[in-house]
Structure formats: structure tokens, C-alpha cells
Design a protein. Structure first.
Length: 217
């Protein structure tokens, strides 16, 4: 049987490794649903398009995992990765922007399955304020800071136009929120103690455009 250290490491794990942890977790969950109990680093590497050495290096941040010749216990490693990624908790999320992108994000069921519960929706459109998105009433942007504090928000998703994103995020930071997921097409500035992740669909499309251009040369 594979053994795992009881203590989850508190040292800072590189962001790139954390992102791969998220991928490994999805693969492990697939394996678990298929009834697979053990998996080798090479199998995880093949699924993730990396190397077995990289998988072993990444998982070494978790302490003593796996066993030579047996690989990794799928259930045990799944539990450890869920803990490291904070998925054994539930998080209260506020959504800024109830437009098309915001509505699509609100309705994205995997958020809820991973424990990210959108409990607050904020917009500045008088036609939307007071109406409901799902079972959540849309609140007015004017009371942003108070609402975030009263609702005990852990994480904010930004889905507003670029021109207003920074000013809103400044208010989010002032309210004490320490994690921001940004879908606005602009590079935001936050203090060092606030975790910021940018999701740029345009950047990804341009990267694909570059790949297509190269393939035609």
C-alpha cells in the first residue's frame, strides 16, 4: 500500500506545480471512476503531456508518496491533492458582472462541485439590480465593499468591462478579499498579499492563431 505523510507541507509550492496538481487530480478522478486503484507516474505523464520525472518531482512536494514498482494509490493521492488544493473546504464567491460572461460563469456547474459557491452577484445596470440570477439576487455595485464584508466573501470573480475593472478590484481589495479571478480583458494590479489569476480568452485565441500560422508555413 502507498504511504503518505500525515502533514501537508506548508512551504510554498511553485504555481506551475500547483496548476499541474489540478490536472493530476482530474486524471486521478477519472481513474477512480474507472475502478483503477494504482497508477504509475508514466501514466499520469502521458495524460498530461509531460514526463514521468516531472510528475515525480511535482508529487515530491507532498512528502512521501507512492512506492517503487507500485506507483501511486489513486484514492489516497486524490485525497491529498484535494486537501492541498483546498477542495476539502467550501468557498464563498462573489461575481462582479451579470452580463453574458458573468451569467455563463454563474451557471458553470463544476464551480459548485469543487466547492466554489457563488453567493453574491453585483452589477451596475439598474435593469438587472434587484432581479435574480438563479437563486441569487443581483446587488447594486454602489454597496460593493459592505456587501463583500457582510457576505463573508473569500474570492471574487471579475467579469466586467476593462474600463471599470481596476477601480472595482481596488474596492474589492479594500474590503479585505484576498483572491481574485479576472476575466476582464485588462492586466489588473493588486497588492502582493492578494492572489490574482487572469483568464484571457483573447490571449489563448492569439496563441492558437500563432500555431495555425506556423503550421501553414
Amino acid at each position: 500500500m502507498n504511504t503518505f505523510t500525515n502533514r501537508i507541507p506548508t512551504n510554498r509550492i511553485p504555481d506551475a506545480t500547483v496548476r499541474r496538481f489540478s490536472l493530476y487530480l482530474r486524471y486521478l478522478e477519472d481513474f477512480g471512476r474507472s475502478g483503477i486503484s494504482n497508477v504509475a507516474s508514466g501514466v499520469l505523464a502521458d495524460r498530461g503531456g509531460t514526463t514521468a520525472a516531472q510528475v515525480r518531482k511535482d508529487l515530491s512536494h507532498l512528502g512521501s508518496v507512492g512506492k517503487r514498482g507500485l506507483g501511486y494509490s489513486v484514492p489516497a493521492l486524490t485525497r491529498v491533492l484535494r486537501t492541498v488544493l483546498g477542495l476539502d473546504s467550501t468557498w464563498r464567491v462573489a461575481l462582479l458582472g451579470a452580463g453574458r460572461i458573468g451569467t455563463a460563469l454563474f451557471e458553470y456547474e463544476p464551480f459548485r462541485r469543487r466547492g466554489f459557491n457563488i453567493v453574491t452577484v453585483i452589477d451596475n445596470d439598474p435593469c438587472k439590480v434587484g432581479s435574480r440570477l438563479g437563486d441569487v439576487r443581483i446587488r447594486d455595485e454602489k454597496g460593493l465593499q459592505c456587501v463583500l464584508q457582510e457576505d463573508g466573501i473569500d474570492l471574487v470573480i471579475v467579469a466586467v468591462p476593462a474600463r471599470v475593472a481596476q477601480s472595482l478590484v481596488d474596492r474589492v481589495v479594500a474590503a479585505g478579499v484576498k483572491a481574485v479571478l479576472n476575466y476582464a480583458p485588462v492586466q489588473l494590479r493588486v497588492p502582493d498579499d492578494v492572489a490574482l489569476r487572469n483568464v484571457s480568452m483573447l490571449v489563448e485565441l492569439e496563441s492558437l492563431s500563432h500555431a495555425l500560422t506556423r503550421s501553414r508555413q
